[in-house]
Ligand binder design. Structure first.
Ligand code: PLP
Length: 465
């Protein structure tokens, strides 16, 4: 990480780790910033690192991350059995690749790919890699089609809402594409055709939409944008693809709202990404990218590498990667099936609604996303309390109690709104929701005393229950 780089330059080589378990294992201090001259017994190395990691937050109380923190023991076993397999060595591990392709098939069908399409897809390290690959492919298609018509190819752009994840900004910079970001508005945090219209033109290589935004868990108006792009195709001849960033929603909405159209049923939706390590219920890092048809991925971008006894087609940013999480994804799909995912997600949504109701009941918070379609709660503090405490205060105080609940401001145009976001995952039970509310009540008691909570003096009233 870059910030570490700065620190590393300042570190003194002579600095050492404290002598934990000194008399048992370590007769010499352990250098922290240079490789020790001699090794140590495995138990000692394990202990040293294991104990240091106790300073990290508890993953079970991590309501910040979307990423899976628990899997079944059988999945853990499968993962540890396959940690040594490099996925790219598919001449040596052909079955692993076959399994990856089965997952791609399952997902393409889950996303209602039309029967007459030759879909293709790949596993990735996460949604970020998948989104980058998808937009590269759309850039290639746009350029080829314009070259054939002798049109200018110097100014490609992508159109997205300010509600997108940072990876979209990154890719615009990395791949030299103009970023046309439609700003958010207070109280309105999603993209639709009305707002996007003036940003789209013949140089738009793709419109990016989100199925479950990182900020509020809401869903862009995908069908409405698709209708708009269909009209544009008819009237202007511009065939602009939609890429759906279904990082979170891709393992939620197909189970909870199967009739809601956001996927390959829509004509302009040409590619979809999903994070296996979010509601795919696999540890980090695995993501998936599916193209509706192979014609949307120019063969120019697929490198055929002659390696370890076979020719391997690769379309990825990285070469080597582990196989375990791909296999763990397959495990979940087999183990849970449609029914199993449906039950888990339904349960998560019930707990989300339960906690959402309790948070509103405190009279302190307002939900930014009252219709909870994903297990994500985004709350802001009601106006009348904003002079007394902020979401950042609440986040800090919750952290003192072990809870990791991030506070942040919304992007461009709505940056005056500060929110707390809670992501409900499989390990978060109703009991834990009650415990969180209990801890909030303790925090609120302090504030209540400060505010001097008297109804008759028109002071804001915190509801402690
Ligand atoms: C909507 C959205 N897109 C993309 C990403 C990036 O996904 P990943 O962490 O799998 O690279 C995230 C991560 O939270 C996300 O919420």
């Amino acid at each position: 990480m870059l910030s570490n780089k700065v620190n590393i330059e300042k570190l003194k080589q002579s600095e050492t780790s404290t002598l934990t378990y000194g008399s048992r294992y370590f007769s010499e201090p352990i250098p922290k910033y240079e490789m020790p001259k001699e090794g140590m017994p495995p138990q000692a190395a394990y202990r040293l690192i294991h104990d240091e990691l106790n300073l990290d937050g508890n993953p079970n109380l991590n309501l910040a991350s979307f990423v899976t923190t628990w899997m079944e023991p059988e999945a853990d076993l499968l993962i540890s059995e396959n940690n040594g397999k490099n996925f790219v060595d598919n001449d040596e591990y052909p079955q692993t690749e076959i399994i990856q392709n089965r997952v791609v098939n399952m997902l393409a069908r889950l996303y209602n790919v039309p029967e007459d399409c030759n879909f293709i897809g790949t596993s990735t390290i996460g949604s970020s890699e998948a989104i980058m690959l998808a937009i590269l492919a759309h850039k290639w298609s746009w350029r080829k089609s314009r070259e054939q018509k002798n049109l200018d190819i110097s100014r490609p752009n992508i159109v997205i809402g300010a509600d997108v994840h940072v990876v979209w900004k990154k890719l615009a910079k990395y791949f030299d594409v103009e970023l046309r970001m439609v700003p958010m508005e207070d109280g309105d945090y999603i993209l639709n055709a009305n707002k996007a219209e003036k940003y789209i033109d013949e140089n738009t290589i793709a419109v990016g939409v989100v199925l479950g935004t990182t900020f509020t868990g809401q869903i862009d108006e995908i069908e409405n944008l698709n209708d708009f792009l269909e009209n544009l195709k008819e009237n202007e001849g511009w065939d602009i693809p939609i890429h759906v960033d279904a990082a979170s929603g891709g393992f939620v909405i197909p189970f909870t709202e199967p009739n809601f159209k956001w996927d390959f049923r829509l004509s302009q939706v040409r590619s979809i990404n999903v994070s296996g390590h979010k509601y795919g219920l696999v540890y980090p890092g695995v993501g998936w990218l599916i193209f509706k048809d192979e014609k949307y991925l120019d063969d120019d971008l697929v490198f055929h590498v002659n390696y370890l006894g076979g020719v391997i087609p690769t379309f990825n940013l990285n070469f080597s990667k582990g196989s375990s999480m791909i296999l763990a994804q397959y495990y979940n799909l087999l183990r849970l099936g449609y029914e199993g995912y449906f039950k888990i997600i339904k349960n998560l949504l019930e707990i989300t609604n339960y906690l959402g109701d309790l948070l509103v009941k405190t009279n302190v918070f307002e939900l930014l996303n009252p219709k909870l379609r994903l297990p994500i709660i985004a709350i802001k503090i009601k106006k009348e309390f904003q002079d007394f405490f902020t979401v950042f205060d609440i986040s800090d105080k919750l952290r003192e109690k072990g809870w990791l609940v991030p506070a942040y401001t919304l992007p461009e145009n709505a940056e005056n709104i500060a929110v707390l976001r809670i992501v409900i995952k499989e390990n978060f039970s109703r009991e834990m929701a009650d415990l969180l509310i209990n801890d909030l009540n303790i925090i609120f008691k302090e504030y209540k005393d400060k505010i001097g909570n008297k109804k008759e003096s028109n002071k804001p009233l915190i509801n402690i229950f």
